[in-house]
Ligand binder design. Structure first.
Ligand SMILES: [Zn+2]
Length: 370
């Protein structure tokens, strides 16, 4: 079957202690953690709003695309100059590429596809559908990260929607309702009394500097979805832009990059002094063929999250004839027991490594995605 739709959805819950993964503005010496408003339905039926710490989808997407770039380069797949640098400007303006190119006196060496792209289109403002198709195809060929992570060329404009979607990571509803989530300012100071005493008046920056970063601890839930069958495929024509083997390699790397990100647990900000304590509780993965089935919200109470996802998948299969496989990964025996209480005939992978889950998902999805 050519291009049968294969879609993967994962609901992830992780206990994260003492983290500063996503900081926003500095106000004086205070560095704030990102917060978002969340509405929850209390057990008495009343809706209330709470401001809670969160990690943005952009933050998680940046990390994922960084792993994607690294993994793709390691395998000799094409990644453009800027994505290799993890500066995801993604062909935002072809004039920028034309002016920074070595061929026009700049310093960056661009691929052949990118050079053709700049020469043909940098000066144009309006494009035909055929030209838009051509621009998209050339960028897909030139860069794995932009094939999978999407891009926006502001001339035209030519837009490729990202093949992967991430949510914010927010605390689970139960944790919010019970108040099991915290934000705190930590007092820090660069201790330098002698340097401060000797600091000449012309030097405005203090040598001894106090600062107050916010740290948070929470059981975070988030969603990662990816449309595997959209990789290497034009969004204008729906046709494959790459050869089958190349598409296969890119599908592999898309999932391997996620395994690296989740297992290495190196994502987000301030890791050098606030490396958080991350413990994955459960990941529910749904691999669907024929529809875009997504897991239920992992912010729901655990039993409801598992039970509802499985129940919905059965109903969706019944109604649409689509294939959906659910795999539950957990680390602890107690979570496995709880999952077994809720669902009977679902595959459960209990292991210390999330790589075991991703490997299982790969087995199911890549078999189906061909
Ligand atoms: Zn790129």
């Amino acid at each position: 079957m050519v291009n049968c739709m294969t879609f993967i959805s994962m609901g992830i819950r992780m206990l994260v202690n003492v983290e500063a993964l996503n900081m926003v503005e500095s106000v004086g010496n205070v560095i704030r953690h990102r917060t978002v408003p969340v509405i929850i339905r209390r057990s008495d039926g009343e809706y209330v709003m709470r401001w809670v710490p969160a990690i943005s989808g952009e933050c998680l997407a940046h990390a994922y695309q960084s792993y994607l770039a690294e993994q793709a380069v390691k395998r000799g797949l094409k990644v453009c100059y800027w994505c290799r640098k993890k500066e995801f400007i993604k062909h935002f303006d072809l004039k920028f590429y034309s002016l920074t190119s070595k061929t026009s006196g700049g310093e960056v060496e661009y691929s052949e596809e990118e050079q053709v792209l700049s020469e043909k289109y940098a000066g144009k403002r309006e494009f035909t559908l055929e030209e838009i198709r051509d621009i998209e195809a050339k960028i897909i060929r030139a860069c794995v990260v932009e094939d999978i992570g999407g891009f926006l060329v502001t001339q035209g404009p030519t837009k490729r929607t990202s093949r992967f979607y991430v949510s914010y990571a927010i605390p689970t509803y139960e944790a919010i309702e019970k108040g099991v989530v915290a934000l705190d300012h930590q007092f820090m100071v660069r201790h330098a009394p002698e340097a401060e005493a000797r600091r000449p008046s012309e030097v405005a920056a203090p040598a001894q500097a106090p600062y107050y970063p916010q740290v948070s601890s929470a059981i975070y839930a988030w969603i990662f979805n990816i449309e595997l069958s959209g990789i290497g495929v034009s969004s204008v024509s729906g046709e494959k832009v790459l050869e089958d083997e190349e598409i296969e390699r890119r599908r592999q790397v898309a999932l391997d990059a996620l395994a690296e990100m989740l297992d290495n647990r190196i994502f987000g900000a301030k890791l050098t002094r606030f490396t958080p304590f991350i413990d994955y509780e459960i990941i529910v993965a749904a691999i669907s063929e024929g529809i875009r089935f997504t897991v239920s919200s992992p912010t729901l109470p655990l039993k409801q999250f598992i039970g509802e996802t499985v129940e919905r998948s059965k109903k969706a299969k019944q109604d649409t004839g689509a294939k959906i496989e659910i795999v539950i990964w957990c680390k602890d025996e107690s979570i496995e027991k709880l999952a077994k209480e809720v669902v009977k005939d679902v595959e459960i992978v209990r292991s210390a490594s999330v790589r075991d889950l991703i490997n299982r998902v790969k087995e199911i999805a890549l078999k189906g995605a061909k």
